[in-house]
Design a binder for this molecule. Structure first.
Ligand SMILES: [Zn+2]
Length: 216
């Protein structure tokens, strides 16, 4: 029997998790990953799972408005109960804000974590790098991509309100940083969101290296 569309999408998300975990961007069960299945359903990784060992059944469904739809694929015999991630609200707000968002990836890379703590101010400006062209809508290395940096907060409602205000003020931005925490980025589909993670992580490492060498 052919896999269902939900199974195909869940497997694609599991594969992204495995690659990003191997790249060191999802250490120690951190981060969370989601994909829009249809206008009324987002599949999102449950809390506390090792992203290098995800299974398609480890995803929970939510409407973009926040209603929990439960496990979207049958629970395996050895499967434990799934808890929603604390950061569910930060994913869902991105799907609500923009119907063109098809996937959201939240990673805890080392470069993003360090840069967000040493950067002055509340914005990280990336410019002059050829790889900026991997970001949606960027066609020139001289483009200025200004990523909002927000102070980390364990109060998700308060944090979501801050994110909303910063994204309203920066239309078209492909992601944001949480200080000492990590990166949120998104795309029209999983492939674009994964490309954004890889490009931004590379740019963060370049930026950090330049800083460490005292060149910028
Ligand atoms: Zn996180």
């Amino acid at each position: 029997m052919d896999p269902s569309p939900t199974e195909v999408l869940a497997q694609a998300l599991v594969d992204v998790g495995s690659r990003l975990h191997r790249a060191g961007l999802l250490p120690a069960t951190s981060g969370n990953l989601s994909v829009r299945r249809d206008p009324d359903c987002v599949l999102l990784t449950a809390s506390g799972l090792d992203k290098g060992r995800l299974r398609p059944s480890d995803l929970l469904g939510f409407t973009p408005e926040g209603e929990a739809l439960g496990r979207m694929l049958p629970r395996p015999r050895d499967g434990a109960a799934l808890r929603p991630s604390a950061e569910t609200a930060l994913h869902l707000q991105l799907y609500r804000r923009d119907p063109s968002v098809g996937a959201v990836l939240h990673v805890h890379g080392e470069a993003a974590t360090v840069l967000s703590m040493v950067a002055e101010g509340d914005t990280l400006v990336l410019t002059g790098f050829e790889l900026l062209k991997a970001l949606r809508g960027v066609t020139h290395h001289d483009a200025q991509v200004a990523l909002p940096i927000l102070d980390n907060d364990q109060d998700m409602e308060a944090l979501a309100a801050q994110v909303e205000a910063r994204l309203d003020a920066a239309p078209g931005v492909p992601g944001y940083l949480l200080r000492g925490h990590g990166l949120y980025t998104w795309g029209a589909d999983l492939a674009e969101a994964e490309r954004h993670v890889e490009a931004l992580d590379f740019l963060f490492r370049c930026k950090l290296r330049l800083r460490q060498e005292g060149w910028r």
